[in-house]
Ligand binder design. Structure first.
Ligand SMILES: Cc1cc2nc3c(=O)[nH]c(=O)nc-3n(C[C@H](O)[C@H](O)[C@H](O)COP(=O)(O)O)c2cc1C
Length: 309
């Protein structure tokens, strides 16, 4: 019997595994190493209106449990993206989700509109950007998150995915907010702030001192957030954070993710997306579950009490 791996995250995907933003270039880069048709979709690195040089070097450092990065949204800007990158990524034959970030609500709307006109499949709103005039991220403020998502939704017809930050007290509140603003799906989670120190030099290992932690260390946090959000909203969730195997992906799906994305895993093994997909198939076959959708959110918590004391 055939296994149905298709899923709907605002856009319909044949396979439930994406490559997370910032970890597969614009798609055309990773296509030199992998058959991109073997995965569900590519999320491009975040693009901004104007080109950005990014943060000081070094921008990446390994830790025993994951990776720290502080790229600083380096990219060549919207115009360059539209003129030079879009024609290339359109040739790939796999759905492309374009991640965007703006300086303010209006800029998010403007970028989204221009991106849609290029004929991309969906837009992911990176809400982990500084909130203009405040010492917080957009994703830490319900009003700002609502406004950005609402404006982008009003500006485009393609599906809109909101990517949330784990740096909040209650992720359910932000998730409900972006749902109210009309998001078609939610991506969870972006990196967590962290640091590493070179004791010989007594210097931070990252040029920006603090970087974003991703990889196995953040998986339990991400999983908890997917579980909480799944039980609070109705829109589909794309789960990510430390997914390095089919086992990891299955945990996210059982917790409530309709699809998963691989980030740091791409740096370790560019074939990881395809390998996870075959692992998912194997699990479904062995367990006689012929449709991946039937596994989403099937966490058995019978007789278990959630003690939030
Ligand atoms: C080098 C690097 C660059 C990233 N750049 C972006 C980015 O441009 N936009 C974004 O929304 N997330 C970005 N992320 C976050 C990832 O998309 C993902 O949410 C996070 O790394 C958690 O997944 P992982 O543990 O599988 O890496 C980046 C992550 C890494 C490691």
């Amino acid at each position: 019997m055939d296994i149905d791996l298709s899923t709907n995250i605002g856009i319909k995907l044949k396979k439930p595994v994406l490559l997370a933003s910032g970890t597969a270039g614009y798609g055309e880069e990773i296509s030199k190493w992998i058959d991109v048709k073997s995965i569900g979709a590519i999320v491009t690195k975040t693009i901004t209106l104007k080109p950005r040089e990014g943060n000081p070097f070094p921008r990446i450092c390994e830790t025993p449990s994951g990776m720290l990065n502080s790229i600083g949204l380096q990219n060549s800007g919207l115009n360059h993206f539209i003129k030079n990158i879009v024609p290339e990524i359109k040739k790939l034959g796999v759905p492309i989700v374009v991640s965007i970030a703006g300086k303010n609500t209006e800029e998010y709307g403007k970028i989204a509109k221009k991106i849609e006109q290029c004929g991309v499949d969906a837009i992911e709103i990176n809400l982990s950007c500084p909130n203009v005039g405040y010492k917080e991220l957009i994703a830490q403020n319900t009003k700002s998150s609502y406004n950005v998502v609402r404006v982008v939704k009003k500006s485009v017809k393609v599906p809109v995915i909101s990517k949330l930050s784990p740096q909040v007290t209650d992720i359910k509140i932000i998730a409900k907010t972006v749902q109210d603003a009309g998001t078609d799906a939610i991506s969870l989670i972006n990196t967590l702030p962290g640091m590493a120190i070179d004791i010989k030099e007594r210097k931070p290992k990252i040029g920006n001192i603090i970087g974003g932690l991703s990889g196995p260390a953040i998986k339990p946090v991400a999983l908890r957030m997917v579980y909480e959000v799944y039980n609070s909203v109705q829109v589909p969730i794309i789960g990510m954070g430390g997914i390095l195997s089919a086992q990891d992906a299955l945990e996210f799906i059982i917790a409530g993710a309709s699809a998963v994305a691989v980030g740091v895993g791409n740096f370790i093994n560019p074939q990881i997306g395809a390998e996870i997909i075959s692992g998912l198939k194997k699990y479904l076959l062995e367990n006689k579950i012929y449709k991946i959708g039937k596994l989403v959110g099937r966490l058995n918590t019978n007789k278990m009490v959630l003690n939030q004391a």
